[in-house]
Design a protein around this ligand. Structure first.
Ligand code: NAP
Length: 293
């Protein structure tokens, strides 16, 4: 494939940043890939893994001369990183990101970026419970969706170029309003993580003898929650702090539905339980049909 950007800067070299760099390298999408991460250890590991052309100590050094900058740090770090790199951004450069929430990102980063720089917020809906540069792989975005949430008035050519990048990495692209994105992801991703964190935390509060059995018999369902609950604590702390309203809204609905289930069990309403479980089984079939399993 042909080069889409001459110089790309990836700021944040963990699971997502390193996967994107690997995919860009594999498909020859960038003339040069410059990287930055906070710690020297991550910078050295990333360089040794071979998916970067250069690594830099500061966000500004990495962003200098780039025609595309991709922020791949936890969303709570955006304002600091944005301020640090803003003076180095060239007019006409495109800044995009991969953050799991979008309204807060537009709020935090939008005003910091200099005039003439195009901001195209994005979110690849793909991931694993692993973190760091070693965890990434080039196929991560293959067959997954990337949602772009350009604010009204965003340069259309910049949106097109970011779409081309994700498509070249194997992803499908959908354009969405940032507020709508945050509600959709609150139900499909943020709430499931919150539930998994709760179930695993509840199990670890049980007395020791029961705890041992939780691990031993985890294949009964618990195991699947532990995978999700092993996700990066900093990333998820920042997701909940930055998508507060939407998460609280879906959590309220969820609590009502849980109470309804509790009632059905208490009053022996088997028909009701069966009806709900039949409906939910159909959702799983829909996900399999959409090849998102
Ligand atoms: P990760 O594996 O933990 O990597 C985070 C990277 O950001 C590390 O290289 C870290 O560097 C760097 N970093 C953190 N704070 C920084 C700062 N202040 N300045 C410079 N670098 C900093 O995280 P990830 O899973 O790739 O997530 C990155 C972003 O992708 C998040 O915004 C997340 O919401 C989004 N996302 C994640 C997933 C997922 O499933 N994980 C899916 C879609 C989107 P050090 O190692 O040096 O600290």
């Amino acid at each position: 494939m042909s080069v889409l950007f001459e110089r790309v800067s990836i700021v944040g070299l963990g699971l997502i940043g390193s996967s994107l760099a690997r995919a860009m390298k594999r498909h020859g999408l960038a003339g040069h890939i410059a990287g930055h991460a906070r710690t020297a250890a991550t910078r050295e590991t990333a360089m040794a893994l071979g998916f970067l052309d250069s690594v830099h100590e500061t966000p500004a050094q990495a962003a200098a001369g780039a025609d595309l900058v991709v922020l791949c740090v936890p969303v709570g770090a955006y304002a600091g990183v944005g301020r640090a790199m803003a003076p180095a951004l060239a007019a006409g450069a495109i800044v995009t990101d991969v953050g799991s929430v979008k309204q807060a990102v537009i709020r935090d980063l939008g005003p910091i970026l200099p005039a003439g720089v195009h901001f195209v917020p994005g979110h690849p809906v793909a991931g694993t419970e692993h973190s760091g540069p070693e965890a990434g792989f080039a196929e991560l975005f293959q067959g997954r969706w990337t949602i772009l949430t350009p604010p009204p008035g965003t340069d259309e050519r910049a949106v097109l170029r970011v779409s081309q990048l994700w498509r070249a990495c194997g992803s499908d692209v959908e354009i969405m309003d940032a507020g709508h994105h945050d509600v959709v992801l609150a139900i499909t991703s943020h709430l499931p993580h919150l539930i998994a964190y709760t179930i695993v935390a509840t199990a670890t509060d049980l007395e020791e003898a029961t705890q041992r059995e939780v691990v031993k018999f985890s294949a009964g369902g618990f195991r699947d929650f532990t995978r999700i609950a092993a996700s990066d604590p900093i990333m998820w702390r920042d997701v909940f702090l930055n998508n507060r309203e939407a998460v609280l809204e879906v959590l309220g609905r969820f609590s009502e539905d849980l109470t309804a289930l509790q009632r059905a069990i208490r009053w022996g309403e088997g028909d009701k339980l069966e009806e709900i479980f039949t409906r939910t089984r159909a959702i799983r079939r829909g996900i399999l049909d959409a090849k998102q399993a």
